[in-house]
Design a protein. Structure first.
Length: 253
């Protein structure tokens, strides 16, 4: 797809000012155009950036609803951008889908360790990319209209499913959408062991065709990050070896 066609797509995507806005950071023009086309067809507003400098400029100008980020970028790498996003208060909770051309397991999970909500390995199915974007955005929506919305409390930890906020000792935790849903799943079934598969289905809220391709190692990476953000109560999230995780509240709390 040439530059003119891409500009036409991008222009069309701006028609609905209330539609979710996605920033796509990808240095390969054909892939950027394909992603923009697929997301625009689904009703998203799309902006593209071809390198790290453009990405940081775009993020500083207007925060998107979701970032699609290629790890292998010229100049400032995708990993550096992700590290910067997760270190800044204004962007810590920004949903991020990472794209990687690397197939080795350790390389694939590196983005998750840095704070991505999900990842796709190139080459990927355009339909799968759309499904993952939709899934991440569903996880980031407040649940005020959901009859299940409620306050969940465990000692100094309070999760408000309606406002999509979690607080520890009164201080708000900067959780990504995936981390929030993961904590909610653990709190709702406190004391009960949940398998990695159960946590994938609940916290990731994915379509069946996508869930089959998400590795359980993904859960481990997010649990590790969640424990770090929970600070003094991080060790309440216990590993049940060979099965999964549970939230065990100490006696007297």
């Amino acid at each position: 797809m040439d530059a003119t066609a891409l500009r036409t797509i991008m222009s069309a995507s701006q028609g609905n000012a209330t539609a979710p806005r996605v920033l796509v950071v990808e240095d390969e023009p054909d892939i950027a155009a394909l992603i923009a086309y697929q997301l625009t067809r689904e009703g998203f507003r799309v902006e593209t950036a071809s390198n790290g400098d453009q990405a940081l400029t775009a993020l500083g100008r207007e925060l998107p609803d979701l970032l699609v980020l290629d790890r292998m970028l010229p100049g400032i790498s995708g990993d550096e951008i992700l590290r910067s996003i997760r270190s800044e208060g204004a962007t810590q909770a920004l949903p991020v889908l990472v794209l990687t051309a690397k197939r080795e397991q350790e390389d694939r999970i590196r983005g998750l360790e840095l704070g991505a909500d999900d990842y796709l390995t190139k080459p990927f199915s355009p339909r799968e990319l759309v499904l993952r974007v939709q899934s991440i955005l569903r996880r980031s929506e407040p649940a005020s209209g959901d009859p299940r919305a409620k306050l969940l409390r465990a000692g100094p930890l309070v999760l408000d499913a309606g406002s999509h906020q979690a607080r520890l000792n009164g201080d708000e935790l900067n959780l990504t959408p995936t981390e929030f849903r993961l904590l909610q799943a653990l709190l709702e079934r406190r004391g009960r062991t949940q398998s990695r598969r159960q946590l994938l289905e609940r916290a990731w809220d994915v379509e069946a065709e996508v869930a089959d391709r998400i590795q359980t190692r993904t859960v481990d990476m997010h649990i590790r990050r969640l424990r770090g953000k929970l600070g003094e109560v991080g060790d309440w999230v216990e590993t049940v070896r060979g099965f999964g995780y549970r939230l065990k509240i100490p006696d007297g709390v």
